[in-house]
Design a protein around this ligand. Sequence first.
Ligand SMILES: Nc1ncnc2c1ncn2[C@@H]1O[C@H](COP(=O)(O)OP(=O)(O)OP(=O)(O)O)[C@@H](O)[C@H]1O
Ligand SMILES: [Mg+2]
Length: 347
Amino acid sequence: MYKKLTNNDLGIDLGTSSIKIAVGGKGVLIKESSCVVKDMNHKHIAYGNLAGQMCGKLPEELVFSTPIKSGVIFDYDNTVSLLKRILYRLYKSSTTGFRSVVSFHSHATNVEKRALEEAIRECGGKAVYITPSAEADAVGLGFNDDNYRIIVNLGGGCIEASLLRGNTLVKSNSLKYGVNVFDDAIIKYLKEKYGVLVGVQTARYIKEHLASAIPDMMATLQHVEPSLEISGCDPISGVPKYFKISHREVYASIESALTNIVVFLKGFLSSLRSDEVHQALNYPVYLTGGGSKIYFIKEFMESRLSIDFKVANKPIFLSSIGCLNTIGMPTKLKKISRHLDRWEYRG
Ligand SMILES: Nc1ncnc2c1ncn2[C@@H]1O[C@H](COP(=O)(O)OP(=O)(O)OP(=O)(O)O)[C@@H](O)[C@H]1O
Ligand SMILES: [Mg+2]
């Protein structure tokens, strides 16, 4: 049974890279970078996407920070200020109280889960429920039967593999880094190969436009240019340098990070009971999160692990959509309601 939702119902995904909020009756309305810029007196200068664009371009007197790391709140005060600003923009005033489901990654400790719940309350949440992000993804994908399935979330700040039965989490394991490490790999490659410095924003732009997991398949994509013109600077003189980077070079820089994800997934699969994994593999393994948008990641995973994969629809927004849908499912909502100790998983 589904209940009708209103714009006071929010599905919130506080991600390392961005905060996504789905609003009842409206869908996903918010995607803002999880970034804050302050001056030396701790006065906030910019939040969200605007702050994100300032990354790497700030004068010395301004401080850039990312208050959510590896999917958990790292800097409580900045997270609350950021979220308050975002909600103020959403409701065009201070919020009078909303109902929300918020997702957390399975490696979050109980203290971190409480901080998450508390942060949402401080921002005006009157009924706050927390749910594992894999369960939110499963709800977003419409899983509501008794079958085992596997979801792999390739987020910016962490990578999480989960076994679910229907939309209930059975077991989860995560890496405390995500596809943001590809940005660092691209920066390192460009410095070593061309002696050029680029910022995180440029590296991310390169990744989001050119990163593929199987470079030989890129020629099949007519709409994608095989290389990008980029500007960086000489690390010593600071003089601007212009250069071209090809998709093959991007692949070369991220290849070992991709292999690490495969190794992690192999480990996760081998940690599952054989009957569970056997049943789960009757279905494809679902890829969610921004990393699943890397070109040919599905084909790459299939070739390395010899199992079927499927990239979820709207992979970046799935968790916030699943959180919102959970509010409309009274039985599920009751199940997840505020018993933090329930979230101790088979390790
Ligand atoms: N088209 C794309 N190609 C490659 N990577 C992409 C693409 N779009 C987004 N990304 C990357 O996905 C990551 C963000 O994904 P997502 O929004 O799922 O993470 P998050 O929820 O903020 O982080 P986490 O769940 O780990 O806390 C960023 O590293 C971003 O650069
Ligand atoms: Mg996420």
